[in-house]
Design a protein around this ligand. Sequence first.
Ligand SMILES: NC(=O)c1ccc[n+]([C@@H]2O[C@H](COP(=O)([O-])OP(=O)(O)OC[C@H]3O[C@@H](n4cnc5c(N)ncnc54)[C@H](OP(=O)(O)O)[C@@H]3O)[C@@H](O)[C@H]2O)c1
Length: 199
Amino acid sequence: MKVLLIGATGTIGAATARALGGSHTVIPVSRSSDVQVDMTSAESIDHLYAEIGRVDAVVCAAGGAPFVGLTDATSDDFTTGFTNKLGGQINLVLRGLHHVNDGGSFTLITGVLAREPIATGSISSTVNGGLESFVVAAAAEMPRGIRINAVSPTVVEESMPKYGTFFPGFRPVPVTHVAEAFVRSVEGIDTGHTYRVGY
Ligand SMILES: NC(=O)c1ccc[n+]([C@@H]2O[C@H](COP(=O)([O-])OP(=O)(O)OC[C@H]3O[C@@H](n4cnc5c(N)ncnc54)[C@H](OP(=O)(O)O)[C@@H]3O)[C@@H](O)[C@H]2O)c1
């Protein structure tokens, strides 16, 4: 399969590229890779799809949202999260529909915060929950046998130096387990499913 992987240079994306790379032709994409996209820009996404042509799978391991305490959070903070991780991934689907082959798939990234709150995590929780609901609804309307799923990891072992203090008492999961969930989504038959990894 020809797999477009957004966020391929990141902690989760690089592991996913390794996991998929043995069996598939992976096109690694980020804002700084050879083939580039800024998924916060609809125009940039259109340019990406025009550049690479049709694919069998679109996998996203990118997107973020601000970590701000609820009493300090502004509407702009929420808008930033919506524009980036939520809107960016929804646009990858909306604008990619006509570039994915029959029977192909989309796999998005969400995260444990959709269900398990942490301090300063309300924007990420909202974004992740929205994405998981989008996946359920979009799966029901996907044309041509195209599937859509989400991967929802808890905090990743390899990211503990960066995020560990945000997740007190959470047991981290090896990034290879997250990559396996992406493989399962791309190669399996599920649709409308969120794969919880490590929780
Ligand atoms: N790490 C964890 O513990 C964990 C746990 C649960 C969920 N998640 C979620 O998993 C996703 C990836 O996390 P990560 O820790 O692997 O992130 P990361 O290491 O920071 O990597 C992010 C990747 O996305 C790319 N990227 C960032 N902004 C982009 C944009 N606007 N357009 C296109 N590409 C962009 C980055 O490359 P460039 O900078 O070159 O663009 C990089 O390849 C995030 O949505 C995160 O919320 C992470």
